[in-house]
Write a protein that binds this ligand. Structure first.
Ligand SMILES: Cc1cc2nc3c(=O)[nH]c(=O)nc-3n(C[C@H](O)[C@H](O)[C@H](O)COP(=O)(O)OP(=O)(O)OC[C@H]3O[C@@H](n4cnc5c(N)ncnc54)[C@H](O)[C@@H]3O)c2cc1C
Length: 296
């Protein structure tokens, strides 16, 4: 396996923002993954896994780490005995396709989540009343300390979070699914995709939901809309005119533009609703939001 240098990470994200990874590798098997993790430990480099980059904001200055993209058998998926078994880098769309072909239902909710199953474990991704925690049997987690299989409880899956530590990589997952006729699965997917298309900017470059929904009668999107932030723009980043909990790369956006928008959105939500919004998007590299109420 080659360790590449100075690889542009922005092009590996859905929003298309971000600088270079100091080192980059594409492990194709568990042995290569263990090798890459051990190499990084020897070099004193942190390990960052990039899935489909659909919930990432990467620093303009890049990342001083070994960035990993799981490929080959670590991105493949197959069904066996009611289980969907997939490498951590397998795209949700591929898994859904395999499950449907095998007449296994329960993963349809993920049809509008453009990520990998490993990224889904990290985020406990979910939609339409279900999430990873509801169907995950166990996940194989690799780190510098070795690998171990963990249950959803051991993974600490909660609303859009897990207890995975820095440098821990989801190498493989097993989902427990239920028999369901493929045409019913197909119909559900079409329905959910139509709902999604009607509500969100699906044809724009975004990193998915910016903020988690707060414990409030209003969702983060409705709250920011009520603050008058739809369409608000800083540099090349714009709060989506369609859904205020999305930031679009409206052309040449930099991470600092998106961060400034996020800080402004938090300031307004605090001022108008007394709510401190927590970001859902993962910030990678040397970037962070200022305390709620402050602008960048
Ligand atoms: C248009 C759009 C719609 C979306 N809709 C939804 C939705 O309905 N529900 C929802 O929950 N999310 C949604 N998202 C967000 C995103 O798709 C999910 O969070 C997804 O699970 C992220 O997966 P990923 O592979 O792209 O991970 P990335 O964005 O690449 O990474 C996210 C986090 O997971 C970590 N990670 C990635 N792979 C691994 C691995 N193998 N092992 C350990 N850690 C890993 C990364 O280091 C990072 O911390 C949406 C995003 C977009 C762009």
């Amino acid at each position: 396996m080659t360790i590449e240098e100075n690889v542009a990470l922005g092009r590996l994200t859905t929003v298309g923002i971000g600088g270079l990874a100091k080192r980059f590798a594409r492990p194709q098997s568990l042995a290569e993954l263990d090798g890459a993790i051990a190499w990084a430990a020897d070099e004193g480099l942190a390990v960052v896994t990039i899935g489909l980059g659909s919930n990432l904001l990467i620093a303009d200055e890049g990342v001083d780490a070994l960035a990993l993209r799981l490929e080959g058998e670590l991105a493949s998926a197959a069904t066996e005995d009611g289980l969907l078994v997939a490498g951590g880098g397998a795209a949700n769309a591929v898994c859904l396709h395999r499950a449907r072909a095998a007449g296994l239902g329960g993963f349809e909710f993920a049809c509008a989540i453009p990520g990998t199953v490993g990224g889904g474990v990290q985020m406990n991704a979910g939609a339409y009343g279900s999430d990873w925690a509801a169907i995950l049997e166990r996940a194989l987690v690799a780190s510098a300390e070795g690998s171990d299989w963990r249950t959803p409880e051991e993974l600490g899956l909660e609303y859009r979070r897990s207890a995975l530590g820095p440098g821990e990589v989801v190498a493989k997952v097993e989902f427990r699914l239920e028999p369901r006729p493929p045409d019913e699965i197909k119909a559900t997917i079409s329905e959910l995709q139509a709902v999604r298309k009607a509500a969100q900017p699906t044809n724009k470059r975004t990193f998915g939901s910016v903020f988690k929904n707060p414990e409030h009668e209003l969702s983060a999107g409705r709250m920011l809309e009520a603050c008058g932030l739809r369409g608000h723009r800083i540099g090349g980043a714009q709060i989506s005119p369609r859904h205020a909990n999305f930031i679009e790369n409206a052309g040449g956006a930099r991470a600092v533009d998106a961060l400034a928008l996020m800080a402004e959105a938090r300031r307004r939500a605090l001022e108008e609703f007394g709510v401190e919004l927590e970001h859902e998007v993962r910030l990678v590299g040397d970037i962070e939001l200022p305390p709620a109420g402050q602008t960048l």
